[in-house]
Design a protein around this ligand. Structure first.
Ligand code: SF4
Length: 468
């Protein structure tokens, strides 16, 4: 390979990863491919010969944040006098909008899609042969960024996919499936991430065994639709609305039973479960497996029947209420986390009141509220009755205020109980009721070794957090 500019033979690669845990796992795989090629990784953007911005395109504000990160990286490249530094844009925004951004962001040297994440090492090598766009001054605009994207992603990692973990040593995300088959009218994720595809149970189990051997104490299972796990692997293909049945092939319940058999002290946490694919078997499995955290992340988005149908959630109010009842009755001490969207097109005051009433009655331990965002290319974006920001903001504040008082009350009820905690920092830990990055913390009065499980009695609460 001829190096036509000031690019080192063994370039250093930096990464700025935005968005969710699924994007973070993609960042880890990209860095794994870089290490496999013998290159170096740096956490200092100014030192990087190639800087990757792993973008998010979940909602408009996430896209804006991604664009700002790209422009900021470009500005820093100028300020740090690094004209040879190359900028690569990856992630959901690149997957979906690379062709448009290609013209609008001449600062970028290459765009890569979701199917190309394991090829980052090879792509960086290819960049080395490209002249610097900054050194070419007025000719820079004539040099187009390289495009490495496919229209519909199909990639899914395996247990032996090289990966450089970006999470603390004791906690890891494991992506058990990718893509989504649901038609939620507000969401464009299926257009970006493609159809649901599960990893084989053996692949997931091999990865978890290796992580536990390395000393990981918390495994967070992630995907777009975790409760649909395995159903696309059944011999007789299952549609997204069919009942979950372990007799027909792999399911999340059968996977959890196998994870329970893995030797070692760890807990495994379920994130992003869709209400449509819960089964009695899954509830019984969680109740019986002591390595499965009593924590369920189940985004519900709304409860009003008409809203659920306009959102095309494929669940009904009756189903959700019965499911919440079964989860609480079947898994003692379970913590439920959910999210709701307020200000969806045509949401009336009465429909919002129905949601508030449900939040008040259900007393979710953890709850997030999103203001509806009109996503280009989604069905809901074309609906009439788009609501002004003022209404969305007011509904957001009302729902958050209600939840805040519920969460503070639930936290104060924990005083006096003994909890098993995973230590994140000498004075900061989490119980099984708290997922990393999104939930509350337990502040420790006495320090404890990072990465250990400890038992402490809760002595007080401060807002959402506990003191122990
Ligand atoms: S379940 Fe709905 S909201 Fe979630 S990723 Fe799939 S389409 Fe989007």
């Amino acid at each position: 390979m001829t190096n036509t500019n000031h690019f080192p033979a063994k370039p250093k690669v930096g990464m700025i990863s935005l968005g969710c845990a699924k994007n973070l796992v993609d960042a880890e795989i990209m860095l794994g491919s870089v290490l496999q090629r013998g290159m170096e990784i740096t956490s200092r953007a100014e030192e990087a010969d190639v800087l990757v911005i792993n973008t998010c395109a979940f909602i408009d504000s996430a896209k804006e944040e991604s664009i700002e990160a790209i422009l900021e990286a470009h500005q820093q490249r100028g300020l740090n006098k690094r004209p040879d530094q190359k900028l690569i844009v990856s992630g959901c925004m690149s997957q979906r909008f690379a062709r448009e951004l290609h013209n609008e962001l001449p600062e970028v040297d290459a765009f890569i899609g979701l199917d190309q994440i394991r090829e980052l090492g090879a792509i960086v090598e290819e960049m080395a042969t490209r002249p610097s766009r900054l050194r070419h001054g007025s000719n820079a605009s004539e040099m187009h960024a390289l495009l490495f994207t496919d229209t519909r992603p199909t990639y899914i990692p395996d247990y032996d996919t090289p990966r450089f973990r970006l999470t603390p040593a004791h906690s890891a995300y494991v992506k058990i499936a990718e893509g989504c088959n649901h038609p939620c009218s507000f969401c464009v994720i299926p257009q970006m991430r493609g159809k649901h595809r599960s990893r084989k149970p053996e692949s997931v189990l091999a990865e978890i065994r290796a992580l536990v051997c390395e000393g990981v104490r918390e495994i967070n299972l992630i995907s777009q639709d975790t409760t649909y796990y395995g159903m696309d692997l059944w011999e007789a293909k299952a549609g997204p609305r069919q009942p979950v049945d372990s007799a027909r092939g792999p399911t999340l319940a059968s996977l959890l039973r196998e994870i329970q058999q893995i030797e070692g002290e760890f807990w495994v946490r379920l994130l992003y479960t869709h209400p449509a694919h819960w089964s009695d078997e899954l509830i019984e499995t969680i109740a019986e497996c002591d390595k499965v955290a009593r924590y369920i992340d189940i985004p519900l988005q709304h409860i009003d029947e008409s809203m659920l149908s306009r959102m095309r959630r494929e669940t009904s109010r009756g189903h959700i209420e019965e499911l919440i009842h079964k989860l609480r009755a079947g898994i003692s001490g379970v913590t439920l986390r959910t999210t709701f969207i307020v200000g969806f097109p045509s949401e009336t005051d009465a429909e919002f009141e129905t949601l508030l009433d449900f939040i008040g009655r259900s007393r979710f331990e953890r709850l997030g509220i999103f203001k509806y965002s009109q996503e280009e290319g989604s069905r809901a974006a074309r609906m009439s009755g788009q609501l002004p920001a003022k209404i969305k903001n007011a509904r957001y504040r009302t729902a958050m205020a209600m939840q805040q008082s519920i969460a503070h009350d639930l936290a104060s009820q924990k005083i006096g109980s003994e909890l098993k905690l995973l230590v994140d920092q000498p004075h900061i830990a989490r119980s099984e009721a708290d997922a990393p990055d999104v939930d509350a913390r337990v502040v420790l009065s006495e320090p404890a070794p990072v990465g250990d499980f400890v038992r402490r009695t809760v002595k007080g609460s401060r807002g959402y957090d506990l003191l122990a």
